[in-house]
Design a protein around this ligand. Structure first.
Ligand code: 13P
Ligand code: SF4
Length: 322
């Protein structure tokens, strides 16, 4: 069997774990075309854990949570970075790799958290609480990051807030991540009232039917407090994967975006996931067809106003340095 046929059959065998064989096979010619385009363009594809397996297993050079994606973007030698995720992730990559071409296949992929806060809103909150440090979740626009002291992700928020050593800290824009952090730190948290439209839909009643049934329940810190309180573990998407790889429960309820369970099943078919999960309509705007299009056109590129970028880069670099 030829080497190319080997990777194709191996990929189909992995994708078949979460989709019909015909669907897995139909994706292969486009995946092959994108792999060739990546080589020609000197491009790498970085994907979030919420992307579909055709992207994560088929074309991504790196898949991870927001923190790992930022670290990857800051360290890659590739001249072109394709971000399979939403706009704030592509902006973060551009801020950390300003001399690279950053392509966003879904230029229309927003985020309810990022859209809940503006730079003017941060300035107003700061004026009400002078001298209090501002921690901006990476799920924010570059303009909002430019107003912050340091950034955080769900993977490092507790450590970032603790390291500030301040008796009071402003966290924005997710009120549920802020309440999660508040339960783990000694300082007072002043929270912006934003929420993720995907995670705020979960409630403790989603968990109740599984509670007597030896099902392991994992939740993202963007879930409401009653969900977090009823879960066995709360953490970022990467932390949830590490938890499952270490404990290997037979059945899991994963209270986050649906592609997470599919991606873990592709890697670990012995793990079994219960429903419900929720889809992020923004993440799902990224498709193989749109990735091919950006690699053919080298457009749309992510561009950030130079003055905003210079200020927004600092809180991101402080986060990566801490
Ligand atoms: P993490 O992968 O950093 O946990 O983020 C989840 C998320 O909502 C990204 O949009
Ligand atoms: Fe934004 Fe929530 Fe979608 Fe993540 S899952 S991109 S936080 S809307």
């Amino acid at each position: 069997m030829l080497a190319t046929e080997t990777w194709q059959s191996e990929l189909i065998a992995r994708l078949e774990r979460v989709m019909p064989t015909v669907e897995a096979s139909m994706a292969v010619p486009l995946i092959e075309e994108i792999r060739e385009l990546k080589r020609r363009r000197g491009a790498v594809v970085v994907a979030h854990n919420y992307q579909v397996p055709q992207i994560t297993a088929g074309i991504a050079d790196f898949t991870g949570d927001s923190l790992a994606m930022a670290r990857f973007a800051a360290s890659t030698d590739a001249r072109t970075i394709v971000v399979c995720g939403v706009r704030f992730m592509a902006e973060t990559a551009k801020l950390l790799s300003p001399d690279r071409t950053v392509l966003l296949p879904a230029a229309d992929a927003g985020c309810s958290l990022a859209e809940s806060v503006t730079a003017a809103g941060v300035r107003e909150l700061r004026s009400k609480h002078p001298g209090i440090p501002v921690v901006a979740y990476v799920n924010t626009s570059a303009a909002v990051k430019a107003e912050a002291d340091v950034c955080c992700t769900s993977g490092n928020a507790i450590e970032i807030v603790t390291a500030l050593g301040s008796p009071r800290v402003i966290m924005l824009p997710d009120r549920y991540l802020a309440s999660f952090v508040a339960r783990h730190v000694a300082c007072e948290i002043i929270a912006w009232p934003g929420a993720c439209e995907v995670h705020e839909r979960f409630s403790a009643s989603d968990i109740r039917p599984y509670r007597d049934d030896a099902v392991c329940v994992l939740a993202h810190p963007e879930c409401p407090p009653d969900v977090q309180a009823a879960a066995d573990f709360v953490g970022s998407t990467a932390a949830m994967i590490r938890y499952l790889e270490a404990r290997r429960p037979k059945r899991t309820l994963l209270l986050t975006e649906c592609s997470m369970a599919d991606n873990i099943t592709v890697a670990h078919p012995e793990l079994h996931f219960e429903r419900p999960c929720n889809l992020c309509r923004h993440m799902k705007l990224v498709t193989l067809e749109r990735v091919r299009a950006v690699l053919l056109d080298l457009n749309p590129v992510v561009e950030i106003d130079a003055e905003v970028a210079a200020r927004a880069r600092l809180p991101l670099l402080r986060m990566l340095a801490s």
